[in-house]
Design a protein around this ligand. Structure first.
Ligand SMILES: *Cc1c(COP(=O)(O)O)cnc(C)c1O
Length: 403
């Protein structure tokens, strides 16, 4: 081990695809994090909507500890109890009959898109391969998922892309109508776009897309990697819309910080698959599933789900106090604790500056594109933590505005 682990070491040893903050977190508890020097930070970022139950939640620690002394890994040559337990919970609480486990959001989406293509090819025609997706969407960084994602800057530069993927504007039903046809195998969308600026689907749009999918024998795929698992106030966001997908992907908060993802679907769609068509070494790993089972039980409770709207309200109340002073925000976006504050035009392209200033003032926040500040805290964040974080954010805003 190097004599001292420093932030400078990052720039020497890590592939330069990130620009992390200058401090190195070493400890977390609830919605507080401490760095190498013992400085304390309030966490409004939640590891990008992952730490839905805060840092080192005692129940998750216990679940992880207990499983760690029983069985870590067996591969999918064997099944295991935590995976079956978690699959049953997901099925009992959603539209789904079948679950495929993987380790990341991208892998769950990769499985979803492959399944949609495979189903269409098996059931209808090998030419039924068109995927309709949306600008500003984000579905992960594997080459298939990043190509389905609606931001060319992430998918350009890597050679020929997977073919037959078309992007249209989000919430624009006419645009979907103009491109959907009998060769379309799937429409893929996030009910609330996470990375792309926290745009929520309109109810009419989701209902319209569902009808088009039925008409053209097209599968509707909801990527709830970011907006699922309690984040918007229901277990999954589709449940608030009353529009049921054919395939749903879940990750981020699913493991509360332990890497795990799931793809959910129906018996009919699952029935085209058979051993060997798709797979993963780690997916459904007992450690991950044991933690996710515990996270699931905590999140899928009335107290936690109902607490989401109150916390959102307090966040917005506090952001409004900042707004009264600085006229910074144009509107609030997203749902529940997938909350965006869109900057006024004079602060466009400055989201990153506010984020950096917030870090200096010891509150961790995110951006979603260049014009939106994003807050994805623990679903259990306390009133005190919210107020203290907002005091710090106010200081940070003051610095940027007066700079
Ligand atoms: C984060 C995210 C992904 C990718 O998940 P990874 O775990 O980073 O692979 C996919 N879709 C959405 C909506 C996301 O927010």
């Amino acid at each position: 081990m190097p004599a001292k682990i420093t932030r400078e070491l990052f720039d020497q040893v890590i592939l330069p695809v990130y620009a992390p903050a200058q401090f190195i977190p070493v400890k977390g508890q609830g919605s507080r994090v401490w760095d190498q020097n013992g400085e304390e930070y309030i966490d409004f970022a939640g590891g990008i909507a992952v730490n839905a139950l805060g840092h080192c939640n005692p129940r998750l620690v216990k679940a992880l500890h207990e499983q760690s002394e029983k069985l870590w890994h067996v591969s999918n040559v064997f099944t295991n109890e935590p995976a079956l337990n978690l699959a049953q919970k997901l099925i009992d609480n959603t539209f789904a009959d079948r679950v495929f486990f993987a380790n990341s959001g991208a892998e769950a989406n990769e499985a979803a898109f492959k399944l949609a293509r495979y189903y269409a090819a098996q059931r209808y025609s090998p030419y039924k391969s068109k995927i309709i997706a949306f600008y500003q969407s984000f579905h992960g960084r594997t080459f298939f998922t990043v190509s389905v994602g609606g931001q060319a800057k992430y998918s350009d530069g890597f050679g020929p892309k997977p073919a037959d993927i078309i992007h249209v504007p989000f919430n624009d039903l006419d645009a979907v109508k103009a491109v959907i046809d009998d060769h379309t195998c799937a429409i893929v969308l996030e009910p609330v776009q996470g990375e792309g600026g926290l745009t929520s689907a309109t109810p009419e749009f989701l209902q319209g897309v569902r009808k088009l999918c039925d008409e053209y024998k097209t599968l509707l795929v909801f990527d709830e990697v970011q907006c699922g698992m309690g984040r918007t106030g229901s277990l999954y966001t589709y449940q608030q819309y009353g529009v049921t997908p054919d395939i749903l992907t879940s990750a981020k908060a699913l493991g509360g910080g332990f890497p795990i993802s799931a793809m959910l679907t129906t018996n009919d769609i699952a029935s085209v698959m058979h051993p060997g068509v798709h797979g993963t070494t780690y997916g459904g790993n007992p450690l991950a599933c044991a933690v996710a089972c515990e996270a699931f039980d905590i999140i899928n409770s009335p107290e936690v789900l109902e607490g989401v709207q109150n916390r959102r309200a307090l966040f917005i109340e506090q952001l409004e106090e900042i707004n009264d002073k600085f006229k910074l925000f144009r509107q609030y976006r997203g749902k529940g604790l997938l909350l965006g504050a869109e900057l006024q035009p004079e602060y466009h392209n400055k989201a990153r500056d506010f984020l950096n200033a917030a870090t200096e003032s010891q509150v961790m926040i995110l951006n979603a594109g260049p014009n939106v500040l994003r807050f994805t805290p623990s679903l259990l964040i306390t009133e005190d933590e919210i107020k203290e974080g907002m005091r710090r954010l106010t200081k940070a805003v003051e610095k940027v505005v007066n700079a």
